[in-house]
Design a protein around this ligand. Structure first.
Ligand code: RP5
Length: 163
């Protein structure tokens, strides 16, 4: 089996977050990342969450993507237990449409950062994780540039539809 050069942790508070979070796994998979996916809840399994975060670096993970909805403490609590970069994905909710998740994730106190993407934008979390890892991986950096170029070309082609 081909050896994967970089490993990304994708965690979420509940399996109900997966329909949103799978976009992160899909884009990381496109770039051939080794992905570790898990349901880890800050509220329902706090000990497991702490253990996960404390041991992530020794398991070879370079960046953690954490998605949660509502009182979305997972990204912040994971960030409290590791110095790996943590990217939070606010998952939309039925009652407050994800504003609750967004504010819970983005308003971290000084000293414990979490990079926060837009509500339900797990794809951007995956891309940001890849970009961080590309600092140490030239091939990945080139792959990301090629992907951006394709996106640019596809966007330009859309003008044809306007004629
Ligand atoms: C959060 O509560 C999860 O991240 C999820 O977004 C939300 C609802 O969880 P379930 O009740 O669907 O398991 O912890």
């Amino acid at each position: 089996m081909k050896e994967k050069n970089f490993r990304i942790g994708i965690i979420m508070g509940s399996d109900s977050d997966w329909p949103v979070m799978k976009a992160a796994a899909e884009i990381c998979g496109q770039f051939d990342a080794d992905i570790e996916k898990k349901v880890v809840s800050a509220h329902r399994t706090p000990d497991l969450m702490a253990e996960y975060a404390r041991t992530a670096r020794e398991r070879g993970i370079g960046v953690i993507i954490a998605g949660a909805g509502g009182a979305a403490h997972l990204p912040g609590m994971v960030a409290a237990h590791t110095t790996l970069p943590v990217i939070g994905v606010p998952v939309s909710t039925r009652h407050l449409k994800g504003m609750d998740s967004l504010l819970s994730i983005v308003q971290m106190p000084r000293g414990v950062p979490v990079a926060t993407v837009a509500i339900d934008n797990a794809m951007n979390a995956g891309l940001l994780a890849l970009q961080i890892l590309s600092l140490q991986d030239q091939k990945l950096a080139e792959h990301l540039s090629a992907w951006r170029k394709e996106q640019q070309e596809a966007s330009v082609k859309k003008s044809d539809l306007l004629q």
